[in-house]
Design a protein around this ligand. Structure first.
Ligand code: F6R
Length: 604
């Protein structure tokens, strides 16, 4: 995940910027850079890879004002050219976020004569500020950003004065206040060594920072009063934004990550999904007669929902295979098959090998992944990035819900082209999707209720998760999450399978989580709940907020806000992540690093 730092003071800016950037390394990055003001004017240094590469490249320079960045690529490969800062004339910018109307701005700036050198959306910010700069950087930044749709935390400097101008919208940015020096960063961790007096910037706010002064403005240029807070956190707590574990931090980030995954890809006004990154023409899509999904673990569970969506919405037959099985099977693929490889890391050995195997059949290939520039991305024709940000906890959480979102988008896109989804239904679905971030936040606000249930059953030896149709993959994912971090044995089942064996295991000692949100199979699900209740099992249901029936049959209900029937899997996933987290927390497990597991499985 990208990181921003900035400094204005009397000390050596380069060493402070490099040190502050190193404190953001835990967030993950693939390149870094800085821009400083020296006697010669603006100087910019950037490199791929480790911050130590940047240090090696830096000459001995005198400077007391500058901006720095660690980039985690989301658009454009992780190269030196794409690394920040980006420059236009004597203005440089570092940026976290996504510019939604990039293409529009790119075209406009091109027609004004601006030349683009990188593949990043950030470059438009440098040119916009340059275009409006008439000696007042605050004014130029405001005018430029007023044209931007998207998210940003951005810091600008100009060769003309020792001043940093920063702005934020939906991406964190904080100012650190020192004595005769001031700081800026996207994450408090970067600044703790230097100051504990912090101002958290608000959305659509501009800061102008010099060594002895910080002024805040709104987007009309009016001054804004801000309050300084004193931070007590140590570095470890700060890295987790005050949460005890990365996993719970990442669970909470989902309102934002789901939003970022959708950003610029949805038009609820026209009912269209825009996935410019896929290299399949409408004719190619109409010719597809089968989708083969390959993935491992949590990504496989996402793939199972993908199968349901591709078939239900787009009318394209889909299969899902575990990569380690697929690579040694005898797959039947041809030119009209689309292989969809799902992998958050893009480095899972089995998924890469399975993709290579599939390519020998000349099928079309597409990857859904969270990391730019990985081995998997080099193997496929099209890539859709999930944009969930760097995930540190071993258990996949925000990357999973972002994978689900991409699968919805892809299925709706295919369905529109195949004329299987009319405009009105598509619009309604997309409107509901746009509301998911807010709904996820409501679930997170209710986490104490989920915690109560988790603690109540944390001493159980076995747990069962039941779901039908599109809830079945989420039952599997709920079980996987619980066993991986709490070490409680858990099974996910298609509820209709119970009678075919597993019912023998159900007793008063086996808590059952029933995914009973609204679906065409709801009544069948109620019957399955009655079956397990009759065997004495304590049942916890995940149900819709307006369900007045369910509480008659279960011991506890965790309610989720009402949405489109197709979208409940996203909401139930968040509930089950919290259930797993609080169970593991109650048992004192090492949540972020469960035994025997690694974040990226690069061996077979
Ligand atoms: C579980 C988990 C794993 C991964 C699996 C595939 O929480 O994270 O099951 O989903 O190892 O990893 P990727 O998606 O990186 O291919």
């Amino acid at each position: 995940m990208c990181g921003i730092v900035a400094y204005a003071g009397e000390k050596q800016a380069t060493s402070i910027l490099v040190d502050a950037l190193k404190r953001l390394e835990y967030r993950g990055y693939d390149s870094s850079g800085l821009a400083v003001l020296t006697d010669k004017g603006l100087e910019v240094y950037k490199t791929e890879g480790q911050i130590t590469n940047l240090e090696t490249k830096l000459p001995k320079i005198e400077s007391s004002c500058g901006i720095g960045h660690t980039r985690w690529a989301t658009q454009g490969a992780p190269t030196t050219i794409n690394a920040h800062p980006h420059v236009s004339g004597n203005i440089a910018v570092v940026h976290n976020g996504i510019i939604e109307n990039y293409q529009e701005l790119y075209d406009e700036l091109k027609s004004e004569g601006y030349k683009f050198v990188s593949e990043t959306d950030t470059e438009v910010l440098a040119h916009l500020a340059h275009m409006y700069y008439k000696g007042d950087l605050v004014d130029a930044v405001i005018k430029g950003l007023k044209k931007v749709r998207g998210t940003y935390a951005a810091a600008f400097i100009c060769g003309d004065s020792k001043q940093v101008v920063a702005a934020r919208k939906d991406s964190p940015l904080i100012v650190g206040i020192g004595k005769g020096e001031n700081f800026l960063a996207s994450d408090v961790t970067a600044l703790l060594k230097y100051t504990r007096d912090i101002v958290y910037m608000h959305d659509l706010e501009i800061a102008s920072m010099t060594s002895d002064k910080i002024d805040f403005f709104d987007f009309d240029g009016n001054p804004v009063q801000e309050h300084t807070e004193s931070i007590e956190w140590n570095v470890e707590t700060a890295e987790k934004s005050g949460y005890p574990h990365f996993m719970i931090k990442e669970i909470h980030e989902q309102a934002t990550s789901v939003h970022d995954t959708m950003m610029g890809r949805i038009s609820e006004l026209t009912g269209e999904v825009m996935l410019g990154e896929i290299k399949l023409s409408n004719e190619d899509i109409m010719k597809l007669d089968r989708i083969e999904i390959i993935a491992c673990g949590t990504s496989y569970n996402a793939g199972l929902l993908g199968k349901y969506l591709f078939e239900a919405l787009a009318g394209i037959h889909a299969d899902v295979d575990i990569s380690s099985e697929f690579r040694y099977a005898n797959p039947v693929l041809c030119e009209s098959t689309l292989l969809v490889a799902i992998s958050q890391s893009g480095e899972t050995a089995d998924t890469i090998a399975a993709t290579k195997e599939a390519k020998t059949y000349n099928c079309r290939t597409l990857a859904i992944t969270n990391v730019v520039g990985t081995t998997l991305s080099r193997e496929v024709e099209s890539i859709i990035y999930t944009r969930a940000g760097h995930e540190i906890g071993v258990a996949a959480t925000k990357t999973f819900t972002s994978q689900l979102i991409v699968l919805y988008l892809l299925a709706i896109h295919f369905a529109r082209i195949n004329k299987r989804l009319d405009v009105d239904r598509s619009k309604r679905l997309l409107v509901q999707m746009k509301q998911l971030p807010g709904i996820i936040q409501q679930i997170l606000n209710n986490k104490e209720l989920i915690k109560k249930q988790a603690v109540r059953f944390s001493k159980a030896r076995d747990y069962f998760f039941l779901g039908r149709s599109l809830n079945y993959p989420i039952a599997l994912e709920g079980a996987l999450k619980l066993k991986e971090i709490s070490y409680i044995h858990a099974e996910g089942y298609a509820a209709g399978e119970l009678k075919h064996g597993p019912l023998a295991l159900i007793s008063k000692d086996t808590p059952v989580v029933a995914l009973a949100t609204r679906a065409s199979t709801y009544d069948k699900m109620l019957n399955n709940i009655k079956e397990v209740k009759a065997r004495g099992a304590p049942v916890m249901a995940i149900a819709c907020a307006d369900d007045t029936e369910i509480q008659k049959y279960v011991d506890a209900v965790i309610r989720v806000p009402v949405t489109d029937e197709l979208l409940y899997p996203v909401l139930s996933s968040v509930v089950l992540q919290l259930l797993a987290y609080y169970s593991a927390e109650d048992l004192g497990c090492p949540i972020d690093k469960p035994r025997n597991l690694a974040k990226s499985v690069t061996v077979e």
